[in-house]
Design a protein. Structure first.
Length: 446
C-alpha cells in the first residue's frame, strides 16, 4: 500500500526534467551503490522486507539518496511523508509529528523523509527527536554533508548511517544509454550521439547522475535538428553545454575541509605539485585567500617549526600579500608559500611541545608560580617573597643561571624535544649544552 505523502513528494504536473522522468521505481532499476543494494546486502534486505528503521543517507550530489527514498516509498506499507529542510519550520514539523503520533495508536507507521537534513537547524532537528525515540516516526534523512558534524548527536545515535559512493563512469554511461532508449526519457526521439560524446558527458558528470542526465538533455535540446526530426549531438554542442562547469566546492561544507586537508597533508608530505594543485582547486572555486593563508601560517609552526624558522616569516608575508592585493594577484604569493612549506625540512617538535604542555596545564591548573619568578611590584608582594632570589641572566657571564622556573611538581618535564631536521639540529645542540650547564651547576630538574 502506498503512503499518503508520496504524490506530493515525487509527482507533479507539467514538464519534468529528464533526471526526474528517469528516476528508478524499483531496487533493480538503481544503478550503482551495489555495496548497499546488491543481492543479499543489508539495505536491499531492509527495503524488500519492509523493515525500515531510522537512517541517514550520506553521499555527494546525484548518487541516489532521494532515489532510494523513492523506492522505499513504493515498497513500504507505511505512510510516507516528505519534508523540505529549506521550507519547513518547527510548526510544520510538530503538526506532522502529532498526526504521526495519532496514527501510531491505530497501528499505522509513518516514515518521514527529510532531504538535505543538514539544512535543518538544531531546534528543528530536536523537534523530531522525541517522536523518533518513542517510535512515532521512522526518520530517513539525506545529506551531502558529514552527518557527524551536521546532525545532532542524539538524533544521529538513533539513526543508521549509510554512505553512498559517487557513481563510476560506467554507471553513468549505463544511465545515459538507458535514457536514450527508454520512452520515459529520449527513447521516442531520434537522437544520434557517438560513444565518444557520451564518454565526455560521463566524465564531466564526476559521479553525479543528475548532472549527467541534465547535460544530456541540454545537449539534445541544443543539438542539430534534421528535416526528418532526428537530432545530432556533436562534440562541439556538448562542449558548449559544459564550458561553465562549476567546481565541486562548498565553502561551508565538507568539501571545504577535504580540500584544505589535502593541501595541508600534501605540504607535510613534501609534495609541491600536489600542494599547488589543491591550492588552485580552492582559490579557483572562490575560497577566501586569507583563509588559506591562515592555514599556511598554522602549517609553518605545526609542521616545519624550528627546522626552518623562516617558514613562519614566509607564511606571514603571504598573508600580508593576500591582504594587500587580493585575488587573483595573490595566488602567486600563496603558491610561493605553499611550495616553500612543501620543500622545507619538517619538524613537529613545536606542536608536540605545546600539546604536552597543554595537557599538563589543563590537569594542573592550580600549580603556583615559583616565588622567585613572580613580579614583586608592591612592598607587600616583596615581603611575601615575590621576586626573591631572582637571577637576571644578563648579569652572568654565560647568560645562564641555575634558577628554577617550573613548579616543583613539574621539575624535569621536557616539552620541547628538537629533531635533527634542518636548522633544528643546531637548536638541539644549543639546548643540550644549556641542559648540561644547568646540570653541572646543580639546577633542579636537570
Amino acid at each position: 500500500m502506498e503512503g499518503n505523502g508520496q504524490i506530493s513528494m515525487f509527482d507533479g504536473g507539467g514538464y519534468q526534467p529528464l533526471a526526474a522522468r528517469m528516476r528508478p521505481e524499483s531496487i533493480d532499476d538503481i544503478v550503482g551503490q551495489q555495496h548497499l543494494l546488491g543481492e543479499g546486502r543489508v539495505l536491499r534486505r531492509i527495503i524488500e522486507q519492509d523493515q525500515v528503521s531510522s537512517m541517514i543517507f550520506w553521499g555527494p550530489p546525484g548518487v541516489g539518496k532521494t532515489t532510494i527514498a523513492h523506492v522505499i516509498a513504493n515498497h513500504t506499507r507505511s505512510s510516507f511523508i516528505n519534508f523540505s529542510a529549506v521550507t519547513s519550520g518547527i510548526k510544520e514539523i510538530r503538526t506532522v509529528m502529532q498526526q504521526a503520533d495519532e496514527a501510531r495508536r491505530f497501528g499505522q507507521r509513518t516514515i518521514v523523509f527529510v532531504d538535505e537534513i543538514h539544512r535543518f537547524n538544531k531546534a528543528q532537528q530536536d523537534a523530531f527527536l522525541p517522536f523518533v525515540e518513542k517510535g512515532s516516526i521512522i526518520l530517513i534523512g539525506a545529506t551531502t554533508e558529514n552527518p557527524s558534524f551536521e546532525v545532532n548527536g542524539a538524533l544521529l545515535s538513533r539513526c543508521r548511517v549509510f554512505v553512498l559512493k559517487p557513481l563510476s563512469k560506467e554507471d553513468i554511461l549505463e544511465l545515459l544509454r538507458r535514457a536514450l532508449r527508454d520512452s520515459r526519457g529520449l527513447g521516442d526521439q531520434k537522437v544520434s550521439i557517438s560513444d565518444e560524446v557520451l564518454d565526455i558527458i560521463a566524465v564531466f558528470a564526476n559521479g553525479d547522475a543528475r548532472a549527467a542526465l541534465s547535460t544530456l538533455e541540454m545537449a539534445v535540446l541544443n543539438g542539430e535538428l534534421s528535416e526528418d526530426g532526428s537530432v545530432t549531438v556533436s562534440l562541439e554542442t556538448v562542449e558548449q553545454c559544459t564550458q561553465r562547469k562549476s567546481l565541486l566546492y562548498d565553502k561551508d561544507g565538507e568539501e571545504h575541509y577535504n580540500l584544505i586537508s589535502a593541501l595541508h597533508k600534501s605540504m607535510r608530505n613534501s609534495d609541491p605539485d600536489a600542494a599547488v594543485y589543491w591550492l588552485s582547486r580552492m582559490l579557483e572555486a572562490g575560497e577566501d585567500p586569507l583563509y588559506v593563508a591562515r592555514r599556511v601560517i598554522r602549517f609553518a609552526s605545526e609542521d616545519v617549526g624550528m627546522a626552518d624558522p623562516r617558514a613562519l616569516q614566509t607564511a606571514v608575508a603571504a598573508y600580508q600579500a593576500c591582504h594587500y592585493i587580493g585575488m587573483p594577484e595573490c595566488c602567486l604569493a600563496l603558491s610561493e608559500a605553499v611550495v616553500y612549506m612543501s620543500l622545507a625540512p619538517k619538524s613537529n617538535a613545536i606542536y608536540m611541545a605545546y600539546e604536552h604542555a597543554k595537557k599538563d596545564a589543563l590537569s594542573m591548573l592550580s600549580e603556583p608560580v615559583p616565588l622567585n619568578i613572580r613580579n614583586g611590584v608592591t612592598r607587600l608582594m616583596r615581603e611575601e617573597g615575590y621576586g626573591r632570589d631572582y637571577k637576571y641572566a644578563h648579569d652572568f657571564e654565560d647568560k645562564l643561571t641555575d634558577m628554577q622556573c617550573l613548579p616543583d611538581s613539574l621539575l624535569g618535564r621536557e616539552y620541547y624535544r628538537p629533531t635533527s631536521q634542518g636548522l633544528e639540529k643546531n637548536y638541539a645542540e644549543r639546548l643540550r649544552a644549556i641542559k648540561d650547564w644547568k646540570h653541572q651547576h646543580g639546577a633542579k630538574g636537570f
